[in-house]
Design a protein around this ligand. Sequence first.
Ligand code: AMP
Length: 285
Amino acid sequence: MKTIRTTAAMVDWSRTLHREGVTIGFVPTMGALHEGHRALIRAARLACDAVVVSIFVNPTQFGPTEDLSKYPRQLRLDRALCRKEGVDAIFTPTTAAMYPQGSQTIVTVPSLARRWEGDARPHHFQGVATVVTKLLSLVRPDTSWFGQKDFQQAALVQQLVKDLNLPGRVVVHPTVREADGLALSSRNVYLSTQQRRAAPVLYRALHAGASAIWNGERRGADIQRRMARILATESLATAEYLAVCDPSTLEPLKTVQRHAVLLGAVRIGTVRLLDNMLVAVRREP
Ligand code: AMP
């Protein structure tokens, strides 16, 4: 497995493979790899001839009071996981390589970045959109994989790739969960034993919202209340938002018609957890 550290070497690697007719699958990550990332890598491995995983903790998507310096970094373990999964190359640029002195350009996707995570983390999505634009321009993949776990991010990336004609197809992979429903996340390591026990309440709240829809409830406000009621049963968890939204625009729905995405973010101690559930309305035969 090759380790690529510079942007020039990344462009070279991709260009050489394309010239040989090799298809490239790309999985962008911030490292601290877990089973969720592994699932994306396996999907890429199945679909493409060569797989490249980027490991880059992107400073521009962290706010000034957020956990950039504390974000888990474990390159040796990440490298071992990638090697075991048959990854062909990891791309581990430095911050200076990605943002050389004098770089100015910022990419924004205004409407999809406006609510939810965008409210909670004001510059987060312009950081994401900018780094994804740069990574896709360097790697030039045939297909790249993003996780549904970060639903708003995946929606924004799909829009970005379409709007800017960035290379490759985007595939959104379903969320990988622990047995008790908790979505895997690099931030789960920050949870104490007691907090870890409390954390699946977010999944249970979303599930209650989905069940309400499956049972015929269509009013967004009522579905939202059901989710909030479940969340309130866990004293360690504070809801930041629980919302019933249109899956394409992420605008809140007054009435669910064909489908909805239930979005949730909670705070447990200092840890923010995100999750979501996509729900299709059952049609009568
Ligand atoms: P991160 O390293 O957290 O930036 O995540 C890198 C990619 O893995 C993103 O596209 C995430 O949405 C995806 N991802 C993270 N956690 C999961 C999970 N539990 N299931 C599926 N994909 C995930």
